[in-house]
Design a protein around this ligand. Structure first.
Ligand SMILES: Cc1cc2nc3c(=O)[nH]c(=O)nc-3n(C[C@H](O)[C@H](O)[C@H](O)COP(=O)(O)OP(=O)(O)OC[C@H]3O[C@@H](n4cnc5c(N)ncnc54)[C@H](O)[C@@H]3O)c2cc1C
Length: 385
C-alpha cells in the first residue's frame, strides 16, 4: 500500500481518527480504484460500480451532518479527497460534485421535504447528482448566464443550456442555476423531466474516467431551492468543492512525486549509476517534496479554519490555486524524470497531468483565483480590468 508522503512530520498534525479515515480511503484507492483506472481512462469510462462502495464507506457528503451523512471533520474529508485523487481526479470529482455541489445546496437551501427526499438517496449512492452553472458563453463569469426561470402559476419553468457538467448524463437530479427576474436562483431538475436532456461531451484528453455532459432545458419544470437566492449562494457551494480540490490535488502530486522518486533510484544511466545520483535530478525531487510539504500545511490550516467557521473564500482561492499549480508542475517534472516511459499509461503520470489541466480550469480558473487573492490584498477588484 502507498506509504504516504511526509517530509515534515505533517502526520503529527492529525489525530488518530483522521489518520484512521485516511487509512481506509488509502486502502480503497489502492485496492479498488487503482486497478480499474488505466482501462477506465483508456475507455473513457467512469467506474459507476465503485459508487455503492464509496457510499458505504461514508465518502459521499462525508463532512455533512444528518440524513445519513457521516458528519466527518474537514480534515477527515480532505484526507479522503487526497487519497481518491491519488488514484484519479475523475473519481474525486464525482465525490466532490455529489457532496459539495449537490448534497450541500439541498441541505443548505432546500426545504425539509427536499432534504428528506434526496439526501439519504444521494448519500447512499442510490441517486447521482450534478451541478449546472457553466453555460456555453459564460464560464468564468457565470453572472452573465442566459438560462431563465419563470413562474407559470405555481410552477417554475426553465429554459437554457448548461455545459461541461460533471455527472450530467448519469445524474438523477440536477442542481441548476437560472435567472429569475433580476436574481439568480437555484432549482432541482429531475432526470426524465419533460424538456430536459443531457448529452455526453466526447473527445476529452482530460478527466476521461469522468462523465462530462451538456444539459438542455426547454420549457422544463424545476423545483425551487428556496434558500438559493443570488449568485453568492451558488459560489458558496463552489467554495465547499474547491476546499476538497485543494486537498485532492495533493494526492495526484504525491503519486507523481513517489513514482518519480522510486524510478530515479532504479533507472540507471552513465556507468550504471541510478539517475537519482545526478544533482539535476535531485534538485527536481527537492523542489517537488518542498512544494508538496508547503501545500500540505496550507491544506491542514484550511481544515482547522473550516472547522472553526473561519475559512473564507479568499483563503480557499489560495489553497485551490497554489495546490493545483504545484500538482501540475509535479506531474510535468515527474514525466520528465521518467523519460520516454513517462508518456505511457503504464505509469499514472500523464493521466494525472491531463486531469490536472481540467482542475486548473474548473471551479474557478488559476487566473480568477489569482484575481480573488489580488482583490483581497489590494481592496481593488480587477476581474473586468
Ligand atoms: C472536465 C470539466 C468538468 C467541469 N464540471 C463542471 C460542473 O460540474 N459544473 C459546472 O457548472 N461547470 C463545470 N465545468 C466548467 C468549468 O467550471 C469552466 O470551464 C470554468 O469556469 C472556466 O470557464 P470557461 O471554460 O468558459 O473558460 P473562460 O471563462 O472562457 O476562460 C478562458 C480563459 O480566459 C481567462 N479569463 C477569463 N476571464 C478572465 C479575467 N477576468 N481575467 C483574467 N483571465 C480571465 C481564464 O482564466 C481562462 O484562462 C467543468 C469543466 C471541465 C473541463
Amino acid at each position: 500500500m502507498f506509504r504516504g508522503v511526509d517530509y515534515f512530520c505533517v502526520d503529527s498534525l492529525f489525530n488518530e481518527q483522521e489518520l484512521m479515515v485516511r487509512q481506509t480511503a488509502r486502502r480503497f484507492a489502492d485496492e479498488r480504484i487503482a486497478p480499474l483506472l488505466r482501462d477506465c481512462f483508456r475507455d473513457a469510462r467512469f467506474p459507476t460500480e465503485l459508487i455503492p462502495e464509496m457510499a458505504a464507506l461514508g465518502f459521499l457528503g462525508a463532512n455533512l451532518e444528518g440524513y445519513g451523512c457521516a458528519g466527518m471533520s474537514n480534515a477527515e474529508y480532505g484526507l479522503i479527497m487526497q487519497e481518491l485523487e491519488r488514484a484519479d481526479s475523475g473519481v474525486r470529482s464525482f465525490v466532490s460534485v455529489q457532496g459539495a455541489l449537490v448534497m450541500y445546496p439541498i441541505l443548505t437551501y432546500g426545504t425539509e421535504e427536499q432534504r428528506e427526499k434526496w439526501l439519504p438517496r444521494l448519500q447512499s449512492g442510490r441517486a447521482i447528482g450534478c451541478f449546472g452553472l457553466t453555460e456555453p458563453d459564460f464560464g468564468s463569469n457565470p453572472a452573465g448566464m442566459r438560462t431563465t426561470a419563470r413562474l407559470a402559476g405555481d410552477e417554475w419553468i426553465l429554459n437554457g443550456e448548461k455545459t461541461w457538467i460533471t455527472n450530467g448524463a448519469i445524474a438523477d437530479i440536477a442542481v441548476v442555476w437560472a435567472r429569475a427576474g433580476d436574481r439568480i436562483r437555484g432549482f432541482l431538475v429531475e432526470r426524465g423531466a419533460p424538456g430536459f436532456t443531457a448529452t455526453d461531451i466526447h473527445g476529452k484528453w482530460s478527466m476521461r474516467a469522468s462523465v462530462t455532459s451538456s444539459l438542455s432545458l426547454s420549457d422544463c419544470r424545476g423545483e425551487l431551492l428556496p434558500g438559493a437566492t443570488g449568485l453568492k449562494t451558488a459560489l458558496a457551494c463552489l467554495s465547499q468543492a474547491r476546499y476538497g480540490i485543494g486537498w485532492g490535488v495533493l494526492g495526484a502530486a504525491m503519486d507523481c512525486y513517489e513514482t518519480a522518486r522510486e524510478y530515479s533510484t532504479v533507472r540507471k544511466q552513465f556507468g550504471g549509476r541510478p539517475i537519482a545520483s545526478h544533482q539535476l535530478v535531485q534538485e527536481k525531487l527537492a523542489w517537488m517534496i518542498t512544494e508538496i510539504t508547503k501545500a500540505q500545511l496550507l491544506a491542514v490550516q484550511a481544515a482547522r479554519l473550516k472547522d472553526l467557521g473561519k475559512l473564507e473564500p479568499a483563503h480557499i482561492s489560495m489553497l485551490k490555486r497554489n495546490n493545483t499549480a504545484i500538482a501540475l508542475e509535479c506531474a510535468r517534472i515527474s514525466r520528465d524524470l521518467l523519460g520516454a516511459n513517462g508518456i505511457t499509461d503504464e505509469y499514472p503520470i500523464m493521466r494525472h497531468m491531463c486531469n490536472l489541466e481540467t482542475v486548473k480550469t474548473y471551479e474557478g480558473t488559476d487566473h480568477i483565483h489569482g484575481l480573488v487573492i489580488g482583490e483581497r490584498v489590494t481592496g481593488v477588484a480587477a476581474y473586468a480590468g
